[in-house]
Design a protein around this ligand. Structure first.
Ligand code: NAP
Length: 526
């Protein structure tokens, strides 16, 4: 095959990928100055109106939604224009038009837009983090690391596309030569959650875009102001019109429309199991006017367990269990919501854990001395409080914290006496409720860890090599951590995602991810 017939020869070399440095800590002198400055700057910008972004233009709507500070619901973070059927259709049409040119843009050229967008986010990392403190009640470190992860996705997927964009010489047979390469699937709909409002949205959108698929992005209604940061970085990076479209709006009203559209070839979703399963089911329908089979990339919830074995580092376990269960109020898909402790150490360890939990301060995330902040909204507050009440019926509550009166706070709750048969042993709470389970030995602990429909993250604290070996093989989750927290995956080095009812095994931030946005082709010639 002559060079001329190779479709996309690589034109760009980038330095090797390195993860963005994570938050240096609230005591860092630089942080102590820069973070409060960023918070003050953002405070001065609260209450602005955010238009939709379709075909490279701002689009305003009569309908707007107030996005509020969960620590102070009277404070409007931003007024977000809301897409209805008309705007959603327009965005899909635009993306379909943009596909005609974007799909044939050289992959390495597409990658350059991501690298530019990463540079813009890096410049604004403090400001973007501060927005998350206001809109999502994220602690400084959690917010900063979210933006850093978004930058990692941009940089990593840029390099991945350059790697995958290189056509593969598949060798010759009977004097014919063969080359294989990838082409984008088509229009992508991206539907994102609020809990990693920049990182996850940025990851799904950038993967779709760099693989050649124009995007219609629907952020979560609770994080649409942060979702608009993607408009800023992609617009300023010079992404061609129509390749990225931002259509915030209620999932219950425009979700089905976006998912059902025959114009859509691929849907990237991260969120709850119920919405994820609904999307998979609807995307499986193929009306006559639909040209291709829809592919759904689907990352869903978890009911993650940490096992404490007979021998382990107690101090590390207390610190890491608390962080896994109550960091960002337990509102991470990877959060620990079941602590399985073997009988032999149970009575020694559990009281110490509870004692340490009593010391955790709860209040607005703006104040870095608060370990836990508000939950995302009144609905979440209600649902978590119901689970905290259920805890008293299903087990024995060891600790239920006080919470500030103003704001959407849910009590930090630790309950014991939970078994796999109970609801708290099975259902995702998505808040600061930790169910403790007393297992008779390691075998039972492992069986219980695997006893839910979910398989997202898990951790084990043990000094027993044989048990660690068994956990590696038999603790069946997408991301398993040995002697460390169950949260905090890093792009490239720890591809993230689960299976069973936690997801379709797509692993964001890993080497297989972009393949979900593309179709392989093969060309043969004498
Ligand atoms: P969610 O309620 O499922 O919402 C996720 C997204 O789906 C939002 O943008 C939502 O829009 C939209 N949506 C709602 N109804 C829809 C419909 N009928 N059709 C299409 N889209 C619809 O989840 P969430 O509360 O944002 O996020 C928390 C969940 O996400 C937890 O279960 C958590 O475990 C999971 N999660 C998983 C991962 C992972 O990597 N596995 C990562 C993060 C979070 P509106 O906001 O407008 O309703």
């Amino acid at each position: 095959m002559t060079k001329n017939h190779i479709p996309y020869p690589s034109q760009l070399e980038l330095p090797a990928f390195v993860n963005e440095p994570i938050f240096p800590g609230v005591d860092d002198p630089g942080i102590q100055k820069t973070f409060p400055e960023a918070i003050a700057k953002v405070r001065g910008q609260l209450g602005r109106t955010y238009p939709l972004y379709i075909d490279g233009r701002d689009v305003t709507t009569d309908a707007t939604l107030d996005s509020v500070n969960p620590a102070d619901p009277g404070q409007v973070v931003g007024k977000v224009c809301q897409a209805g059927q008309r705007e959603a259709e327009k965005a899909l049409d635009t993306a379909e038009r943009a596909l005609q040119t974007w799909r044939d843009v050289d992959p390495s050229q597409r990658a350059q837009y991501l690298v530019k967008a990463a540079a813009l986010a890096r410049q604004r990392i403090f400001e973007y983090s501060a927005w998350q403190v206001f809109e999502e009640g994220k602690q400084w470190a959690q917010a900063y690391n979210d933006v850093a992860e978004g930058i990692d996705f941009l940089e990593y997927y840029a390099r991945e596309m350059i790697r995958l964009g290189e056509p593969q010489d598949n060798g010759s047979y009977a004097s014919e030569s063969n080359v294989c390469f990838y082409q984008p699937k088509g229009v992508a709909v991206v539907i994102a959650p609020w809990n990693f409002p920049f990182a996850i949205a940025c990851g799904m959108c950038s993967a779709a875009i760099v693989a050649g698929n124009p995007v219609v992005f629907k952020p979560s209604s609770q994080s649409s102001v942060v979702g608009h940061h993607l408009v800023e970085i992609f617009r300023e990076a010079g992404l061609p019109e129509g390749v990225f479209n931002y259509v915030p709006g209620p999932g219950s009203q425009i979700g089905d429309l976006l998912v059902d559209s025959p114009k859509v070839a691929v849907i990237a979703f991260t969120g709850s199991m119920s919405v994820g399963l609904r999307i998979i089911e609807r995307a499986g329908r193929t009306p006559e006017d639909q040209p291709s089979v829809k592919h759904v990339i689907c990352e869903m919830g978890g009911k993650n367990a940490i096992i404490l074995d007979e021998e382990f580092d107690e101090e590390a376990a207390i610190r890491d269990v608390l962080y896994s269960a109550f960091g960002y109020q337990g509102q991470k898909c990877s959060a620990c919501s079941r602590l399985i402790v073997v009988d032999k150490v149970y009575d020694r360890f559990v009281p110490k854990l509870v004692e340490a939990a009593r010391k955790l301060k709860i209040g607005p995330a703006e104040d870095p001395s608060n370990y836990m902040g508000p939950v995302i909204d009144a609905k979440a507050q209600r649902s978590i409080s119901e689970y905290a009440d259920l805890a008293a019926r299903e087990g024995t509550v060891l600790y239920r914290s006080e919470v500030p009166e103003k704001g959407y706070y849910a009590p930090l709750t630790i309950v014991e006496g939970i078994t796999p048969q109970k609801r708290l042993g099975q259902e995702e709470v998505f808040g600061p409720v930790l169910a403790i389970m007393r297992a008779k030995d390691f075998d039972e602990a492992l069986a219980w860890a695997n006893s839910t429909r979910f398989a997202l993250t898990g951790a084990i604290f043990s000094k027993n090599d044989e048990h660690l070996d068994r956990a590696v093989r038999q603790f069946r989750v997408g991301n398993l951590y040995l002697n460390r927290p169950s949260v905090g995956a890093l792009v490239k080095v720890q591809p993230f995602g689960g299976f069973k009812m936690s997801g379709a095994g797509t692993k964001a931030g890993g080497p297989d991810y972009l393949l979900h946005f593309m179709d392989p082709r093969c060309v043969t010639q004498p």
